[in-house]
Each structure stands twice: as structure tokens, then as C-alpha cells.
Design a protein around this ligand. Structure first.
Ligand SMILES: Cc1cc2nc3c(=O)[nH]c(=O)nc-3n(C[C@H](O)[C@H](O)[C@H](O)COP(=O)(O)OP(=O)(O)OC[C@H]3O[C@@H](n4cnc5c(N)ncnc54)[C@H](O)[C@@H]3O)c2cc1C
Length: 386
């Protein structure tokens, strides 16, 4: 990593705001382009105040949310693999992913559609086959499921630190941006939280839950909610191991998805499965979040386990609060700002962005430097909101 000169007279080429999942990937993608680049984040690497902590996230490609994400997902998985090779580390664990729910439910049918359209390998399972292969799950009379073997979980903090380690561009932690101002087409002044200022030609915003404060025009489109993730040791601890438990997502029409991730075999100690409910109504301001986990937070998780995954019932050993930043349609926002095309943003990841972060970082780099990207992101543009 090269040194940072905050007092330079010339504007920098690109400043990346936020060095979480997307910003770390953007800094990596912007490195070695022969440009002057700087990454800024008010918090230390891999902190636990935003959206990218808690050991693991699910990655999959048969994407029920929208089949158009599949090429971006393939690109992202390829970059995770490249980081693994370049840093000689292990980021992805292919435990497989089960998507299940009542017959005809959107998550199972959407996974099938994405697989069909993009030639992805998945396997169908009915309720009987599922319970035979995975005794952790409850028998539901009309259960339908698909299994993607080329999927599993990604190690989050290790991925971010690997991207930052491989990025050669300089970065500063402990310094954020409080305000920016555009002066014509090629100069943006940044007011830093340490009282100094900087100029740059392009701004790449990857500030997650803090995006609305930095880009007020996006505030009406972004909602930050408080999420709880919990870790459980089942009565039969081996049932939480990735050798016999895939990641899973249970589509509960009329209720929120319930999902889980097996224990990471690289973590010492008794196997802990991670479980959570996808989404919540707890709207928060990112700097005023109650970080304490209460019994009321854990009740829906315990209920989900008892109803759907009784084989994993057991004491909750740990829990933590994390943030979603959602857009109105729960699809990402990836674009240049109409009022300031020198400013590119990736935000509104709506609780499903980690698996795509390497590609989103690449896209932020492309939009900042070239004003366009080869990756198919038109469906994620701001135009859809009118
Ligand atoms: C409980 C939970 C479970 C999830 N499960 C999954 C899953 O299974 N699969 C999946 O793909 N995704 C999942 N997600 C979503 C995924 O983790 C997020 O979409 C992703 O991590 C968001 O990354 P980000 O870079 O946008 O935000 P962050 O990683 O939070 O980064 C934003 C950064 O901006 C910095 N910042 C703040 N203010 C400023 C400022 N003024 N100037 C500069 N920088 C600033 C912050 O300090 C922070 O480091 C989950 C999220 C949660 C909370």
C-alpha cells in the first residue's frame, strides 16, 4: 500500500468513500490502474457497526431475487476465487444451499427460473427426500426444495481484509467525509471529519447504511433497519457441521424468510450454526442503533427453529446486531448520480449484497473511471424510480 498525501495541490483521480464489503473491493479494482486513488473510512477495517460483520454470508447463483443478477454473481464468485489464489487463503466454503418452501413459493420457483435461464446446475427435492437427507428439517406436507451444490458461505471479515491487503492504493481509516461539493465537471471538494479537505475528480460512494447522509438526493430511496443474527449449538452438535448441513433459506409466504448457515469448519470450538430472519421493521439511524440483543429479538429465531429446523434447537450462544440498507424494491442501486455524474454509488443492497461485493467494487471502479461498465447493471439504475 502506498502513502497518502493529504496536502497535494492536484486533485486525486478517485476517492472511495467507505471501505466495507463494496468499498474494499472497489479500492482493489482501482489499484494498478495508474491512477491516484484514496480510500477513506471513519472506522477501522472489518468493524462491526455496519453491514459486513458476523463471520459468514450465503453465496449462491440460482438467484430467485432476479435472474439478471446471475452474470454479476458469476463475476463476483470468480473474483473471490482470484483473491483466494492471490492471497493464499480460503474465502468460500461450498456447503451447498437449499432453498425451500411450500409448493409454488417464489423463492423455489425463482431459483428454478434463474437456473433454467442461465444453465445452472440445481437439484429438485421433495419434502420426503429433503427430510431423509437432512434430518435437521421439519416435515411439512407440501414442502418443495432446490439444492445448489456450487454455493455455500463466504467468510466476510476475511474477504474484506484480503481485498484491502491486495489493494495497492492507499487508504485512511478513522477519517470519513462529512460533506462534498462539486465545482464543475472535474473537481469535487471533500470536507473530511478531521477538519481537513481534499479534492478529487471522481467520487465512488460505498458507504452502506451511511449513504443517505452523504448523498441526500438518495435519502428518500433508502431505509436502514436493525437485524439480529444468532449462533446456536444444537443438542446434537454434529448436526450443525457443514459436512451434513448446507446453508438454507425457508420461504414462508406471508412471513419473512428464515435462513441459516452451518458452522465454519475453520473456526475452533463446538460447531455453531448461524440463524436469522431476513428483514425487520426496526428502522434506525445508523449512528443511533441499539446494539444490545434482547429476548424479544431472539424469540422469532427460536420460533423459526422450533417450526422449521428442530434438529438445530439448542442454546443460543451468541448474537449480534447488523444493518440492512434497503431500496424500495429491494434491488441494489448502482449508478452515477444524475445531478453529479462524477459521483458513482452502490447502495441499497437490501440484505443480499455481500456475495456480489467483488463485482460491485469492479463496477464502481468502471463507472468512476470510464463512466460505464461491461457488467449488465442497467436493471439496477436509478431510472427505475422515475
Ligand atoms: C445480518 C445480515 C445478514 C446478511 N446475510 C447476507 C447473506 O447471507 N448473503 C449476502 O450476500 N448478503 C448478506 N447480507 C448483506 C450484506 O452483508 C451487505 O449487503 C453488505 O455487507 C453491505 O456492504 P457495504 O459495503 O454496502 O456496507 P458496509 O460493509 O457496512 O460498508 C460501509 C462503510 O462505509 C463507511 N462509512 C460510513 N460513513 C462514512 C463516511 N462519512 N465517509 C466514508 N465512509 C463512511 C462505514 O464505516 C463502513 O465501513 C447480510 C447483512 C446482514 C446485516
Amino acid at each position: 500500500m502506498s502513502t497518502v498525501h493529504l496536502d497535494r495541490a492536484e486533485p486525486l483521480d478517485v476517492v472511495v468513500l467507505g471501505l466495507g464489503a463494496v468499498g474494499a473491493a472497489a479500492l482493489w479494482a482501482l489499484s494498478n490502474r495508474g491512477l491516484s486513488v484514496l480510500g477513506l473510512d471513519p472506522h477501522p477495517p472489518c468493524h462491526s457497526l455496519g453491514s459486513s460483520h458476523g463471520q459468514t454470508r450465503v453465496f449462491r447463483h440460482a438467484y430467485f431475487e432476479h435472474p439478471d443478477y446471475v452474470p454479476i454473481l458469476r463475476n463476483a464468485t470468480g473474483t473471490f476465487e482470484r483473491w483466494e489464489a492471490d492471497a493464499d487463503t480460503s474465502l468460500l466454503h461450498r456447503a451447498g444451499v437449499l432453498v425451500m418452501g411450500p409448493e409454488g413459493c417464489p423463492a423455489v420457483e425463482g431459483s428454478r427460473q434463474a437456473a433454467r435461464l442461465h444453465g445452472l446446475e440445481i437439484r429438485d427435492l421433495d419434502g420426503a427426500a429433503l427430510c431423509k437427507e437432512y434430518p435437521q428439517f421439519a416435515k411439512h406436507p407440501t414442502l418443495d426444495a432446490v439444492f445448489e451444490a456450487d454455493a455455500g458461505f463466504v467468510r466476510v471479515e476475511r474477504s474484506i481484509s484480503t481485498a484491502l491487503q491486495l489493494a495497492t492504493a492507499p487508504r485512511l481509516h478513522g477519517v470519513g467525509v462529512s460533506q462534498w461539493e462539486r465545482h464543475g465537471a472535474d473537481r469535487i471538494t471533500l470536507r473530511l471529519t478531521n477538519g481537513r479537505s481534499l479534492t478529487t475528480r471522481r467520487l465512488a460512494v460505498a458507504a452502506g447504511a451511511w449513504t443517505a447522509a452523504l448523498v441526500p438526493s438518495l435519502a428518500p430511496l433508502l431505509t436502514v433497519t436493525r437485524q439480529v443474527q444468532a449462533w446456536v449449538t444444537p443438542a446434537q452438535p454434529e448436526l450443525a457441521e457443514a459436512s451434513c448441513l448446507p446453508c438454507w433459506l425457508w420461504d414462508r409466504p406471508g412471513d419473512r424468510h428464515f435462513y441459516g448457515i452451518p458452522a465454519d469448519p475453520e473456526r475452533p470450538g463446538p460447531p455453531l450454526a448461524k440463524v436469522a430472519v431476513h428483514g425487520s421493521d426496526g428502522v434506525v439511524a445508523p449512528d443511533a442503533v441499539n446494539r444490545m440483543v434482547s429476548t424479544a429479538d431472539l424469540d422469532p429465531i427460536k420460533h423459526g427453529l422450533a417450526t422449521h429446523v428442530p434438529g438445530l434447537l439448542g442454546p443460543i450462544r451468541d448474537a449480534s446486531v447488523c444493518l440492512y440498507t434497503s431500496s424500495p424494491d429491494e434491488h441494489f442501486i448502482v449508478d452515477r448520480l444524475p445531478e453529479a455524474p462524477e459521483v458513482s454509488v452502490v447502495c441499497g443492497l437490501s440484505g443480499h449484497g455481500f456475495k456480489l461485493a467483488p463485482a460491485l467494487g469492479q463496477i464502481l471502479s468502471d463507472l468512476s473511471v470510464e463512466g460505464r461498465t461491461d457488467l449488465p447493471v442497467d436493471f439496477l439504475g436509478l431510472r427505475r424510480f422515475g
